[in-house]
Design a protein around this ligand. Sequence first.
Ligand SMILES: [Zn+2]
Length: 314
Amino acid sequence: MKMTTRRKALFLVVLVLVILITSSGCGIKAIEGKPLPTVSKTTPRPIASLPPVVKEMHAYFLDVGQGDSILLVSPNDKTMLIDAGTSKSYEIIQDKLQELEIEKLDCVIATHPHADHIGSMTSIIENYEIESFYLPECDTETKTYANMMNALDEKDIEYQYLYANLEVPWDEEVEVRVLSPVQGVNYGAIINNYSIMLHITYGETSMLLAGDAEKKAEQKVLETFESIQADVLKAGHHGSDTSSTRDFIEAVSPELVIISVGADNKYDHPSKKTMDLFEELGIQVMRTDLDGTIHLIFSGLGYKVAEELEEVEE
Ligand SMILES: [Zn+2]
């Protein structure tokens, strides 16, 4: 009985305190009778500290089947087309350019003169205004290559060879550095090794586009550059095991790998060996044959895959 009375008394005291605390704006102040300094929880933010408008860089890895075509739009709306897919890719590239209302290409790069990279380049040259055109020093005796060079001549577009360590002027906020080919190196008969390899940095994010560069070119890049780390890697040569050597992939150490490849291609790209390596190293892989055109958005602080993936072309 005694305990019960005590409990009741205690309960009453607590109840009174609770009422006092909850009924006044600041309970402690009411009890202690002296005001506490008031702290506003919503301190207005001075205008100067408002976040700046985020300018984005966009990368579209176009689904051109067994080939490469990458469209970049810089934070200040400069455009860059890296490769133009196969001879059947023109419409795909044109559709994307139309959708984005792009009529002028500030920079066009033909990574190397193979038909799955420059297949529709002649049509691009004929139909678009091009500010700067770049290619590797690697003359090839193919009709596709001759047509491309003739189209450049006819439109009076000057072209420039690219070599490792050069920087491609594009957008003042983006660094476009050439990693390969290294000038003066004889890469032998494998044209893929003459591929222009690019390291693109925007703010704290970066991307490495490897063209079709194979082992020998990767090795030269490792010998030439101290650091080639990048958040995103466009794997060399459609995920073939002639590229993506372990040393090279570990040096790039990407979070995400993009493979530009056609469904059921006759080369069996990407190779199982390469896919196993990416898996072992915990690298996320996206493929144009499975994901369609892949659209990445870089904010300068990070990047994301744009949500609406486009439908895979049948
Ligand atoms: Zn290729």
